[in-house]
Structures are given as structure tokens and as C-alpha cells.
Design a protein around this ligand. Sequence first.
Ligand code: C2E
Ligand code: CA
Ligand code: CA
Length: 700
Amino acid sequence: MLVGQLKEIEIFQSLPEEILDQLVSVSKTIHLDANETLFEEGEAGASIFIILKGRLGLFKENQEIALLWQGQFFGEMAVIEEKPRSATIIASCESQLLEIPQEVFYSLLNKHYDFLLSVLKTMCQRARGSIQDLALGYQKIRAQEQLSTQLNQIIDSSPSEILIFDYPSGRLVRANTAAIHGIGYLHNELHKLTLLDILKDIPLDEFTAKMDSLISGKNGTLNFRTVVQRKNGNENPTEVIIHPMGHATESLFLAIFKGEQTSHAASLNQSLNNNYDALTGLPNRNLVNDRIQFFQAYAERHDALFTIIVLDIDNFKTLNEALGPQAGDELLKLVAKRLVQYLRKEDTVARMGSDEFLLLLILKEEQDASRMAKKLLQMFEGAFVVGNEEVRVSVSLGISMYPHDGHDPVTLLLGADAAMHRAKEQGKSTFQFYNASLLTRAANQLKIENALYRALEQEEFVLYYQPKVSTADFKIMGVEALLRWQHPERGLVPPGEFIPIAESSRLIIPLGEWILETACKAIQEWSTYKLEHLSVAVNISGYQFNHSNLLQTLEQILNKTKIFPGHLELELTETILLDDSKGSMDRIHQLREMGVQLAIDDFGTGYSSLTYLRDLPVHNLKIDRSFVHNIQHERNLAIIQAIITLAQTLKLKTIAEGVENEDERELLNNLNCDQIQGYLFCRPIPFDEISRMLKESSGS
Ligand code: C2E
Ligand code: CA
Ligand code: CA
């Protein structure tokens, strides 16, 4: 093996050449054939392995739970803890590994921070529960995140005009592209209208009566004809279908207009003349609505059922990265081919998006759907041959049935898609039937989004402040601004419940500006207290950092409030800091040039490479609460110690989050952690209270 080969691997890039030479001479290279086992769960072992070539599967209890590929390493837990192997590793294809024995590892660890960092990062991740929990938790978050975007996509790609409205208020919450074009109102104008501003021919009491019968469950959907009034004054007779999003008792509903197509929608459709997917030759998204309507007509005539199955390849992104895009495309073609071969002529297979396929199948009876789903899963047990390699993939399926789950293409598609995401959450390689509660969750998300917009308008947000004190003597060194939503009915809502939604709906941009400005105004007020060293920290979310004009906004606010920039500290997460794209690096340096302080928040929880930490222009490092919380556990203590040592060499100040008791403080003090923040000293408190506290502490 050659040093050159090692240099291609990220974690080695920080090591000097002589160390690499040494490494090559003292480490072993290991070759594995496809399906060969490296070690099994429970075995003893004291080496770290780094994948030089190929791919390996990580198994727990005979379940493959992760795929590892070139450049990744594993086995460090057994080395550091001197415990048995916690998983079984089997090569998925011919692979080559570098085995670094414990002694060699420790000699590297002592001298090379970047290397240590990479390993530390992996330890941190694994310390928070078993790998399986991590993988599942991550899938769950991803699946939920995707659910609402995908629902939006499906709604958006429908050629029918669709409005989502709240009932009983009738307020419009969302419109798809066809409706925006067809009806003529922009998103922000729509927010101010109710459904009945647009539906002309239906009196309020009649509409209320219809909705009540829908909600009481007498009808699954509402269907009536009325006139739609468009912004340009045109009026068209239209058939309206109203369908609850989720349970009928929920307050969000879809209104689908089946009018004679407006000229715009018609021309839009014409331009979508391209109805087949270039890669697989299958019908694409554009044809799907037509096909569903065709199946619907067929099913009605023959008194048959049909089912929509959304099929999504598990971990396709990872596979695609490991295989390379060309082989990824090849794999998709093979999947398409296998599906077509397997299904009957009268069935339809379409490709909906990158790794998502749609199947439309005529059935005789309902049980056929789960039979089909099981067969489909089995069908994927056989490997695909891509190039010279065998690749195994599994799929997740979501199923909705006509007429049981809906009468129109949009509802059926939404249902199947939501069910597919549910299947992913359940751990993949499985299928789920649609049920109404799935849409309820998506509806909840939308409801919060809508409520957040109103909250900003109605000034329901407030900032609370939590002191950061020196570990040794509880002297107040700074405060962190933490957002709260003062909900008129629910009271104080913590940010964890709404920040992710504010990010996905982009509300975080105006909200983030408000937060910065409010915090700077607070600094302005406190500037009379003679607290020269005081820093006021504001959290910046990833989306805000990447998509808002943060520098310009900040400059305006600094000019307006005339505060000393050094009093303001921005807390950035690892994901922001370690995005080494030029744009984001430039922004970080510019922020620093403006004179604001920068801190890394939640240190230890990130998933990205930490090799760049040394070059980052940050001042402070906040150790994540999850390590502090169980500081008595030896492993957490070791991690905190490593983090603090590292921070000291890099001349960063350390702040431990979530310190709740004196034992924790004492341990941290012994480890030379500079500051602590947590319930032990004070919870986050409102502006007036913190002002009083600061005033007292300054003695003024
Ligand atoms: P974070 O930045 O890690 O904030 C610290 C969180 O730890 C706060 O939760 C705080 O109330 C909580 N905490 C403080 N001391 C203790 C303790 O001793 N024990 C325990 N168990 N918890 C403690 P909070 O306020 O619920 O905020 C949660 C997260 O929401 C924050 O985590 C931050 O990521 C985000 N966030 C809060 N405010 C803002 C904001 O203004 N903008 C942005 N973008 N994100 C924010
Ligand atoms: Ca923070
Ligand atoms: Ca934090």
C-alpha cells in the first residue's frame, strides 16, 4: 500500500507525510471478498479499520443498519473502551481496509488534533445511544421533514387548482401553482382571503351546512358546483371537491376545483407535453393524473378496485454517493425494468422523481393490495448487477386504495405518499397503508406554519435571556437570548416546537431579523450598566445563515442601535461552520471583521468533519447539554475533557450548557471549563428580570 492512497482519504489529509509513512509500515492491509465477515458483534478486538476501497454493511442482530464506504472508519469504540465489538461487519463487495492497531492509534491520537477530532466526532455521535437509535431517529426526522415538502410537491404538481383552507374561519392557508396562476392572487394576497371570497354562488349558511355534514362524518368528501371568481373579474362555473386533510374533525381542508381549464392551465399543460421520463422511459409525473382518472373510470365500469403504491428506494442518496451517479442511474433503470417485467400489462408504472416510483394496479379484492406489497418487497431481495458489482436495495411502499381512501387523484396520491413516509419511519423495507391520521400530521405542520406567520404580525414572540456565568465564582459573563412564543391560548411555547417549521417555511428570515434587532436593543439599554465584558448571544439557524442577507441586516441593526459589536455574539452550529463552501467561509470571516463574537453551539452533536476547526475564526465553544447531563458517565467525562483540551490549544473559551447541579459544576471546574450556563444558576428569564439581575451584578 502507498502513502498516496492514504492521502485520498479525508481523515488522513491532516497528517504529515512522515506519519503516513510510519502508518503504512506498521499497519496491515486487509482484503475481503464480497459477503466475507470481518468481525462479529461481541468479538474482542483492538484495531480501528479504515475503508480504502469497497463497501461494508454494518449489522446488528442480523439486520443491516448502515452502509460504510470508502474513507469511513469504524471499530474505534472497541479500541477506546476496550469492550467487545458492538456490531457485525460484512463486506458488501470486494473491499480493502487498513487496520490500525491500538498502540499505533494512541501514538497518533496524542499528537494530531485533526485526526483526534475526526475520531472524537464519531465517538460523540455514538455516545448518544446505539447506532440503530441514531439511524432510526434520523430517518424519522428526515421522513417528517420530507412529508410536508412532498405533500406540497404533489399538490403543486397537480394540474387542478387546489386551495387549502382553515375551517370554520374559511381563511386560505395555501394554494398550489395552478391555483395561483388560475385564480390570479399571489401567496400573500391569498392569506388575507377566505374561501367564500372566491366561491361566489354559495351562501354562507349553505356552505356551513355542507361543511357540518362533512365534519360530522356523514360524507367523506363534499362535492358541489359553484362559480369561482378570479382576480381579473372572470367568473367560471366550477365543480368543487372538499376533502379534509386528515380527520374530518381537523380544521384544514383541501378545496379542489375541477373547472373547465383556464387558458393558462391549458397552456401550462401543453408545455408539459413531455410525458415520459428520459432515463427509464416510464411515464412521468405529468401523466399520472390522467392515468389515475383512467383507472378510476375503469374501476367504476367494472366494479373493481385499484390501488396506488408509491415505491421509494431506501437510502438511495447514500447508495448513489457510494456508487457514483452513473451507476446510480443504471440502478434506477434496472429497478424500472424489474418493475415493468413483474407487473401485468394493464398495470402502470411511472417514475415520480429521483428514486420514487408509482404503481397503479387493478385489484379484485382489498387483500390483494398487501399481497402485492409483500411480493414487491420480495422482488427486491434479489441483487441488481450494476457494472460488475452486485447491489442490493430495499424499498419502502405506501399504499392507498380507490375508492376506500379517496375519489380524486390528488387525495389518493397524497395518501399513498404519506403512507410511504410512514413506512420509512418504521425502519424501511416495509409497507404501510394510508390512514387519515397521516394527513393530520401534515395538516398540523401547516397549521403551525400559518399560526407562526400571524404570531409575527401580532407580535407574539418574546426573547428570554439566560445568564452564562464563570464556573469558578458564578460571575455573570454574558446572556443568551432564547426565543419564546407567547401563544394566546397555549401560553409560552418553547422554540423546539416551532423553529424547525419556521425554517422550512422561511419565516425564520423575518423572525431572525426581529430577534437580532430585539437583542441589540437590549444591549443598547444595558450599555448604561457598565458591564464592559458582557456578551449577548443570539442563535442563528442554518437556513437563516445561508439564505438571508445576514451581513447587511446586521450592519443596519448595528448602525441603528449604535452598540459596540463586541457585545454581540452569534451562536452558529457545526453544520454552518463546517460548510466549507467559499460563500459560507467568506461570510464567517466578514462577520468576524465586523467585530461580533462567534461561538460554536451544541459542540459535539454535528455530523460533519471537524478537520477545519483550527482554521475557523470563532472565539467560544459551547459544549452540548447531552454530554454535560451525564457527566458522571466516564465516557462523557472523557469527551468533555478532550473537548476542553482541544479548545485550550486552539485558544477557545469553553461554555458548558445545561449545568443543573453543583456536582456537575465542580467536575467542570476541575476540568477548567471557563463558563457554565444552566438551571443551576438561572433559567431563561424575561427582559425585565434579567435587566434587574444585570444591574445588581454591575453594582450600578
Ligand atoms: P440551544 O441554543 O442549545 O439553547 C439552550 C437550550 O437549553 C435552551 O432551550 C435552554 O432553555 C435550555 N437549557 C438551559 N439550561 C438548561 C438546563 O440546565 N437544563 C436543561 N434541560 N435545559 C437547559 P430552549 O430555550 O428551549 O431552546 C431550544 C433551542 O431552540 C436552542 O437550543 C436553539 O437551538 C433554538 N433557539 C432558541 N432561541 C432561538 C433563536 O432566537 N433563534 C434560533 N435560530 N434558534 C433558537
Ligand atoms: Ca444556543
Ligand atoms: Ca446549545
